[in-house]
Ligand binder design. Structure first.
Ligand SMILES: [Zn+2]
Length: 160
């Protein structure tokens, strides 16, 4: 057997377990696939968040334009009030919709225990958003029960 190994320039282990070699390359491929998946999820989620920011900005601009229009255009008071009320309801629904998109894109990581999960809408709504470090919320973690900062992570697949 040793002679054969020497002849083939491989070790006994490799001779005995042709499967092992196949398995190793299989693992490498699986790892590569996982990284590829991670990159795809990350870039997809980044696109969703960017689009959401643009939509939020446009929504606020439209809202301000509606308010300016009803202030400066001469219309009966009743109609003016109805338009303002409708615009407020629209803005509220719009905010809920946007917050839900932010909530469901990727995960939030507890900075205390590193637990990664998707918070409920209420947790997000009553949490504080950090403006300086985008995507940071103060939520009570369901894993360690501490109210602490949560960081947005785009994917659960970890980098090696
Ligand atoms: Zn935690």
């Amino acid at each position: 057997m040793l002679e054969l190994c020497k002849l083939l320039d491989i070790n006994v282990n490799e001779l005995l377990s042709a499967k092992k070699i196949i398995k190793e390359s299989y693992n490498e491929q699986a790892e590569e696939n996982l990284l590829e998946m991670r990159r795809e999820i990350e870039s997809q989620n980044k696109k969703i968040l960017t689009l959401n920011r643009i939509i939020t900005f446009l929504g606020v601009v439209i809202y301000v334009l509606i308010l300016l229009a009803v202030i400066f255009i001469e219309i009966p008071m009743v109609i003016r009030n109805i338009i303002i009320a409708l615009a407020l309801v629209m803005l509220l629904l719009f905010g809920v919709f946007n917050l839900n998109i932010i909530r469901k894109t990727g995960y939030y990581e507890c900075q205390e225990c590193k637990h990664q999960y998707i918070p409920t809408f209420n947790q997000m709504f009553f949490g504080m958003s950090g403006i300086t470090k985008g995507g940071i919320w103060q939520i009570k973690c369901p894993n360690c029960n501490k109210k602490c900062w949560h960081k947005k992570v785009l994917t659960k697949i970890n980098e090696k």
